[in-house]
Design a protein around this ligand. Structure first.
Ligand code: NBP
Length: 475
């Protein structure tokens, strides 16, 4: 019998997804550039289901039932292009190529167009959940032609995570939409992790709590509104003790955060779309600052001024931090969903934010209770201007805003950096302000560049000779 699905690229992600398909009863054709990986997979896990071993692309394509469905799980970038072209040459009209790697959405738009010209379906699918998700159920965000989802959707849905019986997989929209939302998902993941880091740092440096105790605080938070995969694993990371030194393992790890690029992509795209994603941007910059080792070493002696005093009541301050974390998290998600709405409008994707929240509830790194609330918010009002205006989130943030201010104020007087907490609060204050200093910015722009301005009291476009003596135009 022919295979229902083929997977090419059998490193960690590809082999785990191939096994996931096989465990769900599908016959899976296997291919990898170097045959060694294919054979290793068959040797270690060949008994988990029905696999077809292939060596060449021709054998691989021949092993598949039609329309052929091939999932590519190779390194994003040039390798993906090379594999797509090789497959396309061997495939026939109506066949489906799925790119499950972390491709940049603009590459996906380009590739989809090229494949459509060859009458092939091209599906850029964001896959989240890391190795574990790939094997046991990821969150899958497939874009591409709606027609391809008819034959592909049932397979992807069956291997995806399920929450309350609902698959964490849905058709997102045309061409690059799946990879775009996966990119923003990763950006939100950056913001989530930065906020968790700031909450930890405050407990460490303001309250002087040991790592293990902070781990217990996170474990406690994981039973409430903040219940999420990242908060859960934070508790576990903080509980680890280094076998060699007996110290908390987190204290032995070098404090320079790495990044593979999807956070940076999210911020670049947000800049192009004109959407303030301050939480995500601060998270990307905070990682960059942490990795600026030379500068940090040189700057270590810079004076911090007279430090403020730590709050006397630790329990109350911990609760303030919890509220600040929650409010800042709402802002980060509100901004991420704004970016998705803007991207969707720019590219004509018609992405449904509610169904996105639904498929992010399980399988992916940002999975959280919270996503249920977002789903409900968009079910209530699909045209919500900002998540912050949904009644539930509005109440959550409004009731935490005093705590949020106390946390940012305390951190500031004590010299503890909280870029994401502080910028999220400033964003919130900016959004709710009656008047912003942008009026002055307009005045300045009109002064030096005759960029004109509008008035609050009548229609029209105005220009003023602000200096009164025309020096601004005659110099
Ligand atoms: P890698 O990103 O490390 O890629 C390794 C695979 O790419 C191997 O199968 C390798 O074949 C193949 N490959 C390369 Br490299 N260049 C090739 C070429 N020119 N032609 C054909 N094959 C080539 O694997 P991964 O970590 O499993 O990730 C796969 C994809 O999934 C990536 O796009 C990644 O960004 C994405 N992703 C990863 C995670 C994660 O947690 N790791 C999560 C979500 C998404 P070889 O064996 O012959 O060298």
């Amino acid at each position: 019998a022919k295979a229902q699905i083929g997977v090419t690229g059998l490193a960690v992600m590809g082999s785990n997804i191939a096994r996931n398909f096989a465990r769900h009863g599908y016959t899976v054709a296997l291919h990898n550039r170097s045959v060694a990986k294919t054979d290793a997979l068959l040797a270690d896990h060949g008994d988990e289901g029905s696999f077809v071993r292939t060596e060449t692309i021709a054998e691989f394509i021949d092993a598949l039932e039609r329309p052929r469905r091939v999932l590519i799980m190779v390194k994003a970038g040039d390798a993906t292009d090379a594999v797509i072209n090789e497959l396309a040459d061997a495939m026939e009209p109506g066949d489906i190529i799925i790119d499950g790697g972390n491709s940049l959405y603009t590459d996906t738009i380009r590739r989809e167009k090229a494949m459509a010209e060859r009458n092939l379906h091209f599906v850029g699918a964001g896959i989240s959940g890391g190795e574990e998700g790939a094997l046991n159920g990821p969150s899958i965000m497939p874009g591409g032609p709606a027609k391809s989802y008819e034959s592909l959707g049932p397979l992807l849905e069956s291997i995806s995570a399920k929450v309350d019986g609902t698959p964490c997989c849905t058709h997102i929209g045309p061409d690059g939409s799946g990879h775009f939302v996966k990119m923003v998902h990763n950006g939100i993941e950056y913001a989530d992790m930065q906020l968790i880091g700031e909450a930890y740092d405050l407990m460490r440096r303001v309250l002087d709590l040991p790592a293990a105790e902070i781990g217990e605080v996170f474990a406690g938070w994981n039973t409430g509104d903040l219940e999420s995969y990242l908060v859960e694993i934070t508790a576990q990371v903080l509980a680890q003790v280094d076998a060699e030194t007996g110290k908390p393992l987190v204290d032995v790890v070098v404090d320079a955060a790495g990044q593979k690029g999807t956070g940076r992509w999210t911020v670049k795209s947000a800049l192009d779309l004109g959407i303030p994603v301050t939480g995500i941007a601060e998270a990307v910059f905070a990682r960059a600052l942490s990795s600026s080792t030379e500068q940090r070493v040189a700057a270590r002696g810079l004076a911090g001024g007279t430090p403020g005093t730590a709050p006397a009541d630790k329990a109350t301050f911990i609760d303030d931090i919890r509220a600040a974390l929650y409010a800042s998290k709402v802002v980060a998600y509100a901004q991420g969903f704004d970016q998705i709405a803007a991207g969707s409008a720019e590219y004509g994707w018609d992405v449904d934010p509610g169904s996105l929240a639904t498929i992010w509830r399980g399988g992916c790194i940002i999975r959280a209770q919270f996503l249920n609330r977002i789903r409900e918010a968009y079910a209530e009002n699909p045209k919500l201007p900002s998540l912050l205006l949904d009644p539930y989130f509005r109440e959550a943030v409004e009731s935490g805003v005093d705590s949020w201010r106390r946390v940012v104020a305390t951190a500031t007087t004590m010299g503890v950096p909280v870029p994401a907490f502080a910028s999220s609060l400033s964003y919130y204050d900016g959004l709710r302000s009656d008047r912003l200093p942008a009026a002055l910015t307009q005045g300045l722009r009109d002064y030096f560049g005759a960029h004109t301005y509008q008035r609050v009291d009548k229609p029209g476009t105005f220009h003023t000779l602000w200096s009164g003596d025309r020096t601004e135009v005659e110099q």
